[in-house]
Ligand binder design. Structure first.
Ligand SMILES: Nc1ncnc2c1ncn2[C@@H]1O[C@H](COP(=O)(O)OP(=O)(O)OP(=O)(O)O)[C@@H](O)[C@H]1O
Ligand SMILES: [Mg+2]
Length: 1055
């Protein structure tokens, strides 16, 4: 199990002052000292954080610490500012409550540092992402910019905030920062022109001169030497541990990140330079003839440079420093300024220029980070309570602001808390505390308040001086118990020599402060001569023009602007109202010593701060009261899961539900009280106990939800699988049964067929047996009858009569057979294979023989008969594939051969184109071959002229080869000697043979079939030899002359 830490673990002194025992001022201070000595700078009073300034960097502000405090309970770890920041951030994010962090304490106590720590913690724990990081950077980087322009070294603090700052950080619903708004409160502008001893002007002046490049300084017409500028205090120009040059670079970089344009940065620096230049303008008196004193500018160089920087016409500004124009209704009166007035005008301009520039910077930053309102966390870092040797209007205003903050602290923690106990009916003994409302009233009362009287004096016609203002105070506030003045009617102070006549003293909640009345009226009036604002408006510089809108002659306003005091009071009022709407978180900063030194703890100084901050009262109220309270409904809603009776729903009133819950949890009765609408929990530990139980319970609930969800998911999955499995098995079973059925069916069919076969065979055997029996009976009967008949007729026949009867019977049967065959002969087609069945078995041989004879006859009828022309070895017989057409040239119809046709005396039986082979080279010449009843004619193919005519009787023999060459030749006739080749050789030979045979008185044509024969050419006989050769030039037959007596015909081998 995880070991839980607590605030109480390893505690140095006590981490929470509520636990201090015994409670006294001494023990309180001792506890702070003890913890401070052990580097424990944070201590709680309930939820308020006391922060001691360590004046050195401690290793407790790093990312590891951020992680340590992230999402932890407030009282879980030792006190830390991160715990407060985390608490505020989480209740903003998770409970949607707007928060404000109020950081109070005197100057140098560490408020600004604390505000930066809170901001950096929130930036570290909130969401991440490109856009969010950019916003975070912009918010964080606004700090160095504002510090450079608004902070300065004072005797109390090297980085003292000389303005009040309230920053609203806006978050979205997830808790990611979206942007923010900064409000600034009254900058201590008098510092621009004059600084008390040991103090500096605002940081930016020193940063600019130390950090800017030579080039930039040249452009700004500045010199790096501080001593050249009247407005810069020289005795403390360098501050220990402050690197102005490095800070300048940081500020420039920060301005860029925040979103300042290059030219805007340049304009800002020009204005800063202009203020420095302005301080160097000096005046000398000059008497006029009318006796009045006038002022003249001593050295115009600085004025010239300043005018060049700001784009102002030198003469215009020069005049504005010499004259003052007062406009009243329709009148305009110009008066000259004396030297003192000129200096006043110069300083007023410098202060205005700088303070307006500062306000513009805040507005410009707001433009960059502005968003619409969502959840808000406000961080207030305002100037701390100040008591200087000489306190003026600024300190008065600053201290008034601190009074107001103390007031809100009292309101929200002390009074509000006690009133709540009474309201809720909780038993309560009232605790006395000092309520500073009376001091606030002394300052801000509408009629008799110091601010109201100052305003009255400023607006009053007639001579108004700081003395008249003091007189007024002395009269009106004399009786006020917190107001002290030598000249007041209150005789108590008449002999008080620590109270000069020109001063008044106020007993602030944090101590008595002596204010010098000098300058109050002027500073409250905050007058800038109209001539100067008009001169500024005329500047050819965009930023200056914006800063002095009242200088626009078109908008001359004769009404006095509101006084500085009035403006401040109004803005502080708005701030207080704003803070009251938010959930406050307090950081009370304490300064351990006045020397800005680490490790020094000055008891008296700390004691003073503890007193005026009202911390003791705070502890007392806290100890007497309850650490935590919550309305019944949200309380029940938050913890109802801790009890079975209230979980998940409680139907009765919320209070009863909470009572049941507390009883069930066995929280000791003294640990809590039931108010009218809220439960009050006395000890933070009890709350922590509830929170811890809740956290565990949430974990259990989460596990339960997980379990149910997982169960549901698995079950759904299982059901789906089951359903699928049923479908799959159904299909499979169907398939298996089908297969089985088919197997059985085929087996059945086999068995059936066997059975049927067996039955059929059995039946067949029986039938055959019966048949045989019948035949046997018939045979026996026939033999028996034959025997009977022979026995009967033997006596009537001669001995050889049997042979005659037999012959006769055979003759008769043969006759019947032939006649029958004649009528059933098949067709004449040689391819018809049909033949009637034989009627008797003994005719088997004859019948087959007759079939062959018939076929030969049929073939001979078609002139295809191999016999007698061709014996069976001749391959022509097999090759006849074309029907005999006879007239291939259509000689009777073709007009080309009309003449040749008419020259023929008989009918042309065959006309074809043949090749006549030339003896000399074996090549062929095309010839028309005509066969008539009496002769063979060879004619020229082109002309049709008869070349040779051989009477058929002269043609006694024709030779052909055994190959498929188409050659035929003759050596029998004197005129008929030739060697020809034709594609229709079989037809030619057949027709020659038949025609020759039928020709009157001629012998039969002799057909010689041989692969070597003689052919008569004129007077010589030439041997034609046929050889089988490899196919050349395709499949054609080639004839070659070998010698005078030999022609060789090469016939390609046929497959
Ligand atoms: N937590 C801290 N760790 C280290 N140094 C600190 C811390 N807080 C304050 N300091 C030191 O104290 C100095 C003064 O602190 P800071 O400027 O925050 O005071 P302040 O209360 O804002 O004063 P002022 O009212 O004058 O503005 C800082 O410059 C720093 O040196
Ligand atoms: Mg500060």
């Amino acid at each position: 199990m995880e070991v839980k830490t607590s605030l109480l673990d390893n505690m140095i002194g006590v981490g929470d002052m509520v636990l201090l025992e015994p409670l006294s001022e001494d023990s309180f201070i001792e506890n702070l000292r003890n913890r401070f000595d052990h580097n424990e700078i944070y201590t709680y009073i309930g939820s308020v954080v006391i922060s001691m300034n360590p004046y050195r960097s401690l290793p407790i502000f790093n990312p590891d610490k951020v992680e340590e405090y992230r999402n932890r309970n407030f009282y879980e770890l030792s006190p830390h500012i991160y715990a407060l920041a985390d608490e505020a951030y989480r209740s903003l994010r998770d409970q949607d409550k707007d928060q404000c962090i109020l950081i109070t304490g005197e100057s140098g106590a560490g408020k600004t540092e604390a505000s930066k720590l809170v901001m950096s913690y929130v930036a570290a724990v909130c969401g991440k992402g490109q856009e969010v990081n950019k916003v975070k950077e912009q918010l964080l980087q606004s700090n160095p910019v504002l510090e450079a322009f608004g902070n300065a070294k004072t005797v109390r603090n090297d980085n003292s905030s000389r303005f009040g700052k309230y920053m609203d950080i806006e978050f979205d619903f997830k808790g990611d920062p979206l942007g923010g708004v900064i409000s600034n409160y009254l900058l201590e502008k008098s510092r621009v022109v004059k600084q008390p001893r040991g103090e500096r002007n605002f940081h930016v002046f020193y940063q600019l001169l130390s950090g800017a490049s030579d080039d930039t300084l040249k452009k700004l017409k500045l010199d790096r030497d501080f001593s050249k500028y009247n407005y810069l205090s020289l005795d403390s120009a360098a501050v220990n541990g402050l690197d102005d040059a490095a800070n300048f670079r940081t500020v420039k970089n920060a301005m860029q990140i925040v979103g300042f344009m290059e030219d805007e940065v340049q304009s800002v620096l020009e204005l800063v330079a202009a203020v420095l230049k302005l301080g160097n303008i000096e005046f000398k008196p000059e008497s006029r003839c009318n006796g009045t004193d006038e002022s003249r500018i001593k050295d115009k160089n600085d004025l010239k440079e300043m005018c060049e920087l700001l784009g102002i016409e030198q003469s215009v500004l020069e005049r504005a420093f010499s004259y003052r124009t007062v406009e009243a209704k329709l009148e305009k009166v110009s008066t000259t300024l004396n030297v003192a007035q000129a200096y006043y005008a110069r300083d007023a301009l410098a202060k205005n220029l700088y303070s307006r520039l500062f306000s513009w910077l805040v507005t410009r930053i707001n433009e960059s980070i502005k968003v619409t309102r969502h959840k808000v966390m406000g961080v207030l870092d305002i100037y701390g309570f100040e008591i200087f040797e000489e306190n003026s209007f600024e300190q008065f205003i600053i201290n008034y602001c601190n009074e107001k903050l103390q007031q809100i602290f009292i309101e929200l923690t002390l009074r509000e808390e006690q009133e709540e106990y009474i309201r809720e009916g909780i038993e309560w003994t009232n605790i006395e505390y000092f309520n500073n409302a009376i001091i606030c009233d002394l300052i801000e009362n509408h009629q008799s308040g110091i601010l109201a009287m100052l305003d009255e004096e400023c607006l009053r016609p007639g001579t108004v001086t700081d003395e008249t203002f003091l007189d007024k105070l002395n009269t009106i506030c004399a009786e006020h118990q917190h107001f002290e003045s030598r000249l007041s009617k209150n005789s108590k102070y008449i002999t008080d020599h620590s109270l000069p006549h020109t001063c008044f003293r106020i007993q602030h909640y944090a101590g008595k402060v002596l204010y010098r009345a000098e300058g109050f009226v002027d500073k409250n009036n905050d007058l800038l001569y109209r001539d100067l604002s008009q001169a500024m408006y005329k500047a050819n510089h965009s930023l200056i023009k914006q800063l002095f809108p009242e200088g626009n002659p078109a908008k001359v306003n004769l009404k006095r602007p509101p006084t500085a005091g009035f403006q401040f009071k109004a803005s502080v009022g708005t701030l207080m109202r704003n803070l009251q709407t938010k959930n406050p978180n307090y950081i009370r900063c304490i300064k351990p010593n006045d020397k800005k030194a680490s490790h020094i703890f000055t008891d008296s100084l700390v004691c003073h701060q503890v007193r005026y901050l009202g911390l003791m009262e705070n502890v007392r109220v806290r100890r007497a009261g309850y650490a935590f309270r919550q309305a019944y409904e949200p309380c029940l809603e938050r913890y109802k899961m801790l009890c079975k009776r209230t979980w998940p729903h409680w139907s009765g009133p919320a209070r009863e539900g909470v009572e049941v819950l507390m009883a069930d949890l066995k929280v000791p009765a003294e640990e809590f009280s039931y108010g009218r609408s809220k439960i009050f929990i006395r000890n933070p530990r009890s709350l922590f106990f509830l929170e811890e139980r809740r956290r565990q319970c949430l974990q259990n609930l989460a596990t339960l939800i997980q379990k149910i969800y997982r169960g549901w998911k698995c079950r759904t999955h299982f059901l789906l699988l089951k359903k699928s499995q049923i479908v799959v098995s159904a299909w499979y079973r169907r398939y298996a049964q089908q297969k089985k059925y088919k197997k059985i069916k085929s087996a059945t069919t086999v068995v059936q067929s066997y059975t049927r076969g067996w039955q059929a065979r059995k039946l067949l055997r029986e039938l055959k047996y019966q048949k045989r029996c019948k035949e046997a009976v018939t045979t026996i009967a026939a033999f028996w009858h034959g025997t009977q008949v022979r026995r009967e007729y033997r006596k009537f026949f001669r001995a050889n009569a049997g042979k005659k009867i037999y012959d006769f019977t055979i003759q008769r049967i043969m006759q019947k057979y032939f006649l029958g065959l004649k009528s059933t002969l098949p067709s004449m087609s040689p391819i018809d294979k049909s033949w009637p069945a034989r009627p008797y078995l003994f005719l088997d041989g004859v019948h087959t023989e007759l079939r062959t004879v018939f076929h030969h006859w049929r073939v001979s009828q078609l002139c295809l008969c191999p016999s007698p022309i061709f014996n069976s070895s001749v391959k022509y017989y097999l090759t006849v594939s074309q029907p005999f057409r006879g007239d291939y040239l259509e000689i009777s119809k073709n007009p080309k051969y009309q003449k040749l046709n008419s020259a023929m005396e008989e009918k042309v039986l065959l006309a074809d184109v043949v090749n006549k082979i030339n003896r000399a080279n074996g090549k062929g010449t095309a010839r028309i071959f005509l066969l008539t009843k009496n002769s063979v004619v060879l004619a020229d193919q082109k002309t049709g002229q008869v070349k040779a005519s051989v009477p058929l009787p002269d043609l006694t023999s024709v030779s052909v080869s055994t190959q498929s060459d188409g050659f035929f030749g003759s050596a029998s006739a004197i005129k008929g000697d030739f060697l020809l080749s034709s594609e229709h050789l079989i037809e030619i030979i057949t027709k020659l043979h038949r025609t020759g045979a039928t020709a009157a008185d001629s012998e039969q044509l002799n057909i010689d079939i041989s692969d070597e024969f003689l052919v008569q050419f004129k007077h010589d006989k030439v041997c034609v030899k046929f050889i089988q050769g490899a196919p050349k030039n395709g499949n054609s037959v080639s004839c070659k002359r070998k010698n005078n007596r030999l022609l060789e015909v090469s016939v390609p081998t046929t497959a």
